[in-house]
Design a binder for this molecule. Structure first.
Ligand code: NAD
Ligand code: USQ
Length: 419
């Protein structure tokens, strides 16, 4: 298949591009490198020493003989460029990772809130609109998030895969329907993903675009078999207070002896998936497109559910690093139960990587090796969901620096491990 990977230079997109190329697909990455620019503006580097996109692509070709194409394009702001790219490559499928994906960054300041909405909504809409205008019948695989549902609604009742069965009393009697699960975003970033869902549903209905929306949990880990081939192919590992996600942050903190930064009581329960399973899920989704005219296929792309404090306790027990309970900068339930259905991927043959198998290897191979690169001042999560008067001043002072500028040129139920 000819596949465009939008956002293919990012944490999920890069290993996915290599995995699909390895499987024999013809891959073209489309990216404006905005994620790298945000690092520059936040004055932080990933834990891992990622190389430039050119060096990544040359290395892959040197090692495997396989060529991955690259188009430097701001999909949100260069619609005609996107049309040109689509007409040039005529993809069979488009995997869409290209969004601003950090919840804390999206809540940092009015500028980052607006940037996140403008970028994410426009990327998704430009893609759908351009596919119709170019007359290209590509299967769109979009990376959504578990956060569109909120995190548990009826206690431990499992979150269904995208659609909720409802019964409505009508004068003609009771009618059963399946509707999109009600949206309940917890940040501006998550809100953009709920808007994506509506755009995807509309274009599937109106234009017959085949859409798979993957409601992914928190991705942990770093490497896949392909990114491990050579240090020049290494994946990015974010640890800072804006982009580092909880499990990878705890693993990095353990490696440098930094007390594990649990927000509040750590009673938040979330769904997780290892990066190796992310790339397999994308492959499975690509191989199983919905039919024309069908509603978007929605898969919950998660393999395990953990409570934050249980993760911290586990890592603290293994490494001896203490836990620090910090005031929670976010507005979120202090405690929640969560159960998730993920039967569709399991039925397609996904064999999940579990925390116990992957944890020690991850600590040793990556976080310890690159611990010398950590800037401890970048670890605290400073983005406040409701700005205090002092954080408002800080955020408005940083407003200019925080937004990347435009480019110069072109049914198995998984139960929580703790109750
Ligand atoms: P990332 O920030 O590492 O990668 C996103 C990539 O998209 C970057 O390379 C960035 O430069 C590119 N991009 C952003 N806006 C663009 C634009 N306007 N034009 C062209 N390129 C653009 O993020 P990630 O962690 O790889 O996440 C990828 C997707 O998966 C996101 O949509 C995210 O919401 C979703 N997701 C991620 C996680 C996670 O834990 N990382 C979990 C669930 C869902
Ligand atoms: N948390 C801590 N300590 C930390 C960091 C986070 O206790 O040092 C807590 C947070 O308060 C939150 C939970 O851990 O309760 C998860 O936070 P996170 O930063 O790991 O994840 P989140 O902000 O939800 O976002 C990440 C990705 C996002 C994706 C989402 C999937 O950045 O792109 O959509 O995970 S999900 O969480 O399922 O919605």
């Amino acid at each position: 298949m000819k596949i465009l990977v939008l956002g293919g230079d990012g944490f999920c997109g890069w290993p996915t591009s290599l995995h699909l190329s390895d499987k024999g697909h013809d891959i073209v990455i489309v990216d404006n490198l905005s994620r790298r620019q945000i690092d520059v503006l936040l004055e932080v580097q990933p834990l891992t020493p990622i190389t430039s996109i050119s060096e990544r692509l040359i290395t892959w070709q040197e090692l495997t003989g396989k060529k991955i194409g690259f188009e430097f394009l701001d999909i949100a702001n260069d619609y005609s460029g996107l049309l040109t790219v689509l007409k040039k490559h005529k993809p069979d499928a488009v995997v869409h990772f290209a969004e601003q994906r950090s919840a804390p960054y999206s809540m940092k300041s009015p500028t980052t809130k607006r940037y996140t909405v403008d970028n994410n909504v426009k990327v998704t809409h430009n893609l759908l609109c351009a596919l119709v205008e170019a007359g290209i019948d590509a299967h769109v695989v979009h990376l959504g998030t578990m956060g569109v549902y909120g995190y548990g609604w009826f206690g431990t009742a499992p979150i269904p895969e995208g659609y909720l069965s409802i019964k409505v009393d009508t004068p003609e009697g009771e009618i059963a329907r399946e509707v999109l699960h009600p949206a309940n975003p917890g940040s501006v970033y998550h809100m953009t993903k709920t808007l994506d869902q509506l755009m995807l549903a509309f274009y599937a209905k109106n234009d017959g675009i085949r859409v798979t929306d993957l409601h992914q949990g928190i991705v942990w880990g770093t490497q896949t078999p392909q990114t491990s081939l050579d240090e020049r192919l290494i994946n990015r590992f974010d640890y800072d207070g804006d982009y580092g996600t909880v499990l990878n942050r705890f693993l990095m903190q353990a490696a440098i002896g930094y007390p594990l930064t649990v927000h509040g009581t750590g009673g938040q329960t979330r769904a997780f998936i290892h990066i190796r399973d992310t790339v397999r899920c994308i492959e499975l989704a690509l191989a199983n497109p919905p039919k024309h005219g069908e509603r978007p296929a929605i898969f919950n792309q998660v393999t395990e559910v953990f409570r934050v404090r249980e993760l911290a306790k586990l890592i603290s027990k293994v490494t001896g690093v203490p836990i620090s309970n910090l005031p929670n900068p976010r507005i979120e339930a202090a405690e929640n139960d969560l159960a998730v259905n993920n039967q569709q991927f399991l039925a397609l043959g996904l064999n999940p990587t579990t925390l116990s198998q992957g944890l020690l290897a991850e600590v040793q191979e990556i976080t310890t090796k690159y611990a010398y690169r950590v800037d401890r001042s970048k670890i605290p999560a400073r983005s406040q969901w409701r700005p205090t008067s002092s954080s408002t001043q800080v955020s408005s002072k940083k407003t200019k620096a925080a937004k990347p500028s435009k480019p110069r040129s072109k049914s198995k139920k998984i139960s929580s491990i703790s109750k």
